[in-house]
Design a protein around this ligand. Structure first.
Ligand code: ZN
Length: 135
């Protein structure tokens, strides 16, 4: 039995390493022509707009399009900061964010925070971290 995309469990998302870092995938332009990707080291996917607004006072137009890993300068997580990835939807169809720390291993042993608001997901992650990773 295969599960539809929207009901993938966090463990499955993580197993697919979708949250992990890599090279920044923000497209670069030179003289109006595509010039590859940024390719700077990335810690994870680009942060949700509400998190960039809250933590860096970014506006929508400050955030470049990025599909995949994103370097800190382009809106990705900075070193040691929480990593967020989209993780399915809640019962009303809103996109859920899952926040984890960079040393995340798995949901059994590592704290994580879930919310439709990225800032609240980070807050829940920090609360879970203070409890020593117990859910
Ligand atoms: Zn970049």
């Amino acid at each position: 039995m295969t599960m539809p995309e929207s009901t993938k469990s966090p463990a499955e998302v993580l197993a697919a390493a979708e949250w992990k870092g890599g090279k920044c995938r923000v497209p670069m332009w030179m003289g109006g022509f595509p010039a590859g990707f940024c390719d700077k080291p990335a810690n994870g996917p680009q942060l949700p707009m509400e998190v960039l607004f809250w933590t860096r006072a970014w506006r929508k137009e400050d955030r470049p399009y990025c599909h995949g890993p994103c370097c800190p300068a382009h809106g990705g997580p900075k070193d040691g900061e929480p990593i967020l990835f989209a993780d399915g939807t809640d019962e009303r169809g809103h996109r859920m964010w899952c926040a984890v720390m960079p040393d995340f291993e798995n949901l059994q042993e590592s704290p994580a925070g879930f919310d439709i608001n990225g800032n609240k997901a980070i807050e829940k992650l920090r609360q879970a971290s203070r409890r020593g990773g117990e859910a």
